[in-house]
Design a protein around this ligand. Structure first.
Ligand code: ITT
Length: 201
């Protein structure tokens, strides 16, 4: 069984990754299942790719395991693609999802162009120093008020293209079938199969 460490402290993300990325003989291990790993990686890169690589690299070095990380966020056209890489801390360091959503609605008050997309970069780092990244994105619009109790983060405010419902109103399986994370992870399952094969999977 090949163990891959998932370098995230976000339990909602982790649950989605576990749901989407199911490969025979490959076991996903969460960062909090391994003692002594760094609690937080400083996400100071300017791109999703840079931050995903940083998280995967640091936990790969600390654990000696093949390590995967997800860096993701929301880009809103009318806000010059903000909050982008700052999505988790849009309303301030340590803020919660409700505060982020409230700030997003304030910033978009009276704004007609509500076009936005979620982006996700998945990075994979091997203990021998090799590194890979893949991405996925999902277009949609920002609603005028939060809707639904599912998902996490900006899901109550994001309606994917072609759907009147928000991600938080859609079933998890429906979200995963079209989400930025689902797209990136399904690419990873295909394109990284040869890498996993080298490890005996
Ligand atoms: P880790 O770095 O530990 O993985 P994090 O939550 O800090 O956890 P990011 O830095 O990648 O992760 O920030 C991602 C933020 O983007 C997340 O906190 C949400 O605010 C938002 N986001 C990403 N994917 C999302 C999704 O599927 N639904 C809603 N919001 C999402």
């Amino acid at each position: 069984m090949l163990k891959i460490l998932v370098a995230t402290r976000n339990q909602h993300k982790l649950a989605e990754i576990r749901e989407i990325f199911q490969i025979a003989n490959l076991q996903l291990v969460a960062a909090d299942e391994i003692a002594g790993l760094p609690e937080d990686v400083v996400e100071d890169a300017a791109t999703f790719e840079g931050n995903a690589l940083k998280k995967a690299r640091e936990l790969c070095q600390a654990s000696g395991l093949l390590t995967m990380a997800d860096d993701s966020g929301l880009e809103v056209d009318a806000l010059g693609l903000a909050p982008g890489v700052c999505s988790a801390r849009y309303a301030g360091e340590g803020c919660d999802h409700a505060a982020n959503n409230a700030k997003l609605l304030r910033e978009l008050e009276g704004v007609a162009n509500r076009r936005a997309r979620f982006r996700c970069v998945i990075a994979l780092c091997a203990p021998d120093g090799r590194e890979w990244t893949l991405d996925g994105s999902c277009e949609g619009t920002i609603l005028h008020q939060p809707r639904g109790g599912g998902g996490f983060g900006y899901d109550p405010l994001f309606a994917p293209e072609g759907y009147p419902q928000s991600f938080a109103e859609l079933d998890a399986a429906v979200k995963n079938s079209m989400s930025h994370r689902g797209i990136a992870l399904r690419k990873a399952a295909l394109q990284w199969a040869a890498i996993f094969k080298d490890y005996g999977v």
